[in-house]
Design a protein. Structure first.
Length: 118
């Protein structure tokens, strides 16, 4: 989803949550600014867009707007799956089974190959 579409999704979610009118005004202004990006194929994730919103001057200057956006960002973080230690690959075993060789090994291989050639 591009920036323009993400801002519309964020605004809809804030409206469903009953966000302050000032929050909706800030997002509406940003939607107007993002209008030229309406057909841009560049995809932006919602958490990335929320982090960007939290750096905007209008958001930082109004505590209520900032709290509304932080609440939305916090709920998105809770929706992400939690990584468990059991799901991580074992770092002590070789992932693809190939033996790792040092630089000297390959140097010796090259030297042997040169000696075989007349």
């Amino acid at each position: 989803m591009n920036i323009y579409d993400q801002l519309h999704e964020i605004r809809d979610e804030l409206e469903r949550r009953g966000a302050a009118p000032a929050t909706l005004e800030v997002v509406d202004r940003l939607i107007v600014q993002a209008e030229p990006e309406r057909d841009n194929p560049l995809s932006i994730s919602q958490p990335m867009m929320l982090r960007h919103l939290l750096r905007q001057r209008d958001v930082l200057n109004n505590h209520y707007v900032e709290m509304d956006i932080l609440a939305l960002a916090g709920d998105l973080d809770e929706q992400r799956p939690v990584r468990r230690d059991e799901d991580l690959p074992d770092a002590t075993t070789e992932a693809d089974g190939r033996q790792q060789h040092t630089h000297n090994y390959y140097k010796k291989q090259k030297e042997k190959e040169r000696q075989r050639r007349p």
